[in-house]
Design a protein around this ligand. Structure first.
Ligand code: 5GP
Length: 234
């Protein structure tokens, strides 16, 4: 298969079907725009399993996603899409860059979920981008953004509910959307503890990539715990 894209945590390969790709999950773990790097053995297997679970849950709830099927431990078959170069971030509780930028104490519950956009450009450090700039730069139209925001709010409600059942609080998460061959805007990329902030309901401890970013613990053990709580068999 021909490699068509390699990102920080995944590789995309073209299949014989021009509309389908294989998405391979790597063990590479990065933070702070690649300044921090480590190989975490088995992370790809965990993220493939966890993302498969959520893509299936979301599909069952009527959300259109790129996910077709899990092929094996590290690979998924997905629809080929043109990725919209935006990191769509949904926040329920203040943390991370939001707390830092806007001076809101970590842990403050937001009065309503916030949907924000970052321009997916590593060379610029993925800057927060206003809707006017998304439109002016031709990244997406206001109408596209309205649709993306609506999808993101629905996804947030579904994911929050799923995590709550397992004693986890969904603080925030990052998702990406793409345009498929039918010109539909669908959920792409992955949903995993690499891209979500998850706090233990009982003691507030993290079970996500913050453990790696802040050197607070073992992400593999944490991701295994997330998978176990979600009832995912590895
Ligand atoms: P923050 O903007 O606070 O750093 O991140 C908000 C949320 O989006 C966190 O759950 C974080 O893990 C996720 N996120 C932000 N940027 C990225 C990124 O480049 N890659 C991944 N996987 N997640 C990100």
């Amino acid at each position: 298969m021909m490699k068509i894209y390699e990102g920080k945590a995944k590789i995309l390969y073209q299949t014989e079907n021009p509309k389908e790709l294989v998405q391979y999950f790597k063990d590479d773990t990065t933070a702070f725009n690649n300044q921090k790097f480590a190989l975490k053995e088995g992370k790809g297997v965990l993220n493939n399993a966890i993302s498969t679970h959520f893509m299936q849950v979301l599909s069952e709830s009527g959300i259109k996603t790129h996910f077709i099927k899990k092929i094996d431990e590290r690979n998924q078959l997905v629809q080929k899409v043109q990725i919209i170069p935006l990191e769509v971030i949904v926040r329920n509780i203040a943390a991370g860059s939001f707390s830092k930028k806007f001076g809101v104490e970590r842990g403050t519950i937001l009065s309503k979920p916030l949907v924000e956009f970052s321009y997916k450009r590593d060379d610029l450090g993925d800057p927060l981008i206003p809707e006017s700039h998304v439109d002016a730069l031709g990244i997406a139209t206001f109408e596209n953004l309205k649709e993306i925001t609506e999808h993101s709010r629905k996804i947030n409600i579904i994911l929050q509910k799923e995590f709550k059942k397992t004693g986890l609080i969904l603080v925030d998460f990052k998702i990406e959307f793409g345009i498929n061959s039918k010109n539909e805007i669908i959920l792409a990329d992955e949903i995993s503890p690499d891209s979500c902030r998850l706090w233990n309901e009982n003691d507030g401890t993290s079970l996500d990539k913050d453990l790696f970013r802040e050197e607070k613990g073992d992400i593999i053990e944490a991701y295994k715990e997330v998978a176990k709580r979600l009832g995912i068999t590895l």
